[in-house]
Ligand binder design. Structure first.
Ligand code: G3I
Length: 301
């Protein structure tokens, strides 16, 4: 196959990208998105601050533009994200206790209900673990409502959209380390107690190299009975960027329950990682060596 999406579909997977409403009138950008990707996620437009700017007043205008574009083109949609310490609307940032818990659950319910039936996978909870090397929960207003806030969010999401795959999503969990092991233990506990979780997202914002145990880490999560997805891939440009992209692609292909890969942007100048040129297309929209490495790996599967 000659595009990323079509090549991924040969093994039943998707290959997606994060896009933003502000660039949907850029013809070069949308030409690449139309052609290459069969799954779409909103880079910012479905987050808490975007969708509930005032408490209980929801704004789906920009999220709908992305979802309707994608579905109209026959592409899947990932939902990002229902509950997160980041990009909370101002009214939520200083809330606490039961009022915050209720507001968070109302947000999960209302947003997942609005998009019910349209989302193939939701990042229900994003980045709830700390980078302290001990696998602690991240301190946040949501965490301070009680350690069970994550499972409460998953139960609310399942009730609102029973067909969507419900994912936990995080960064620095790409190899085997204290943080990924803490997530692993949470997922194992959720599965044993019947908390509805279907997948784990590995953001994979990588430096110039891929952790040597990247594939083994994906595999140990899939052995828990959940899908795994690579959700926000970008790899800093270095001498071996194409090799690193090939390794990530091959790792997913080697794990049957790795169902898809999403890159976090389209061209290098679209990336949040300014100056690191971490994506598959250069700033003029040309395919990079990393693109060819990914396409070839997908076609070899
Ligand atoms: O929308 C406002 C705009 O009104 C304002 O004029 C402008 C001035 O700064 O800011 C705009 O908001 C920016 C927003 O992106 C939309 O462009 C924020 O400042 C900026 O902080 C925000 O950055 C996003 C970041 O998440 C914030 O957390 C990035 O685009 C987005 O790529 C990034 O994505 C995250 C994932 O959601 C979770 N995992 C990590 C990943 C990278 O940080």
């Amino acid at each position: 196959a000659s595009t990323l999406g079509a090549a991924a579909q040969q093994s039943g997977r998707y290959y997606g990208a994060a896009i933003t409403v502000g660039k949907m009138n850029d013809a070069t950008y949308m030409g690449i998105v139309d052609r290459e990707f069969d799954s779409i996620v909103a880079e910012n437009e479905m987050k808490m601050d975007a969708t509930e700017p005032n408490q209980n007043q929801f704004n789906f205008t920009n999220g709908d533009r992305i979802v309707n574009y994608a579905l109209g083109k026959g592409k899947k949609v990932r939902g990002h994200t229902l509950a997160w310490h980041g990009q909370q609307p101002g009214w939520m940032q200083n809330m606490s206790g039961q009022a915050l818990r209720n507001a968070m659950l109302n947000h999960v319910t209302r947003v997942a209900t609005h998009y019910r039936g349209k989302i193939h996978s939701w990042d229900v909870v994003n980045e709830a673990f700390a980078d302290d090397g001990r696998g602690s929960r991240r301190d946040s207003n949501l965490q301070r409502t009680g350690n069970d806030w994550i499972e409460a969010a998953f139960r609310a999401a399942r009730a609102a959209d029973p067909a969507a795959k419900l994912c936990y999503n995080d960064y620095n969990t790409d190899g085997v380390n204290a943080k990924s092991t803490a997530v692993y233990n949470m997922v194992r506990d959720f599965r044993s107690r019947g908390v509805p979780i279907d997948c784990v997202g590995f953001q994979s914002h990588l430096g110039t190299t891929v952790p040597g145990d990247y594939q083994a880490n994906l595999r140990r999560f899939s052995d828990l009975g959940v899908d795994v997805q690579i959700t926000e891939l970008d790899i800093q440009q270095g001498s071996n960027q194409a090799t690193a992209y090939r390794q990530v692609t091959q790792a997913c292909l080697a794990v049957p329950r790795c169902t898809g890969i999403t890159v976090w942007g389209v061209r290098d100048n679209d990336s949040w990682r300014t100056g690191t040129n971490p994506l598959l297309f250069d700033s003029a929209g040309n395919k990079k060596a990393a693109y060819t490495a990914v396409l070839d790996a997908l076609n070899a599967a």
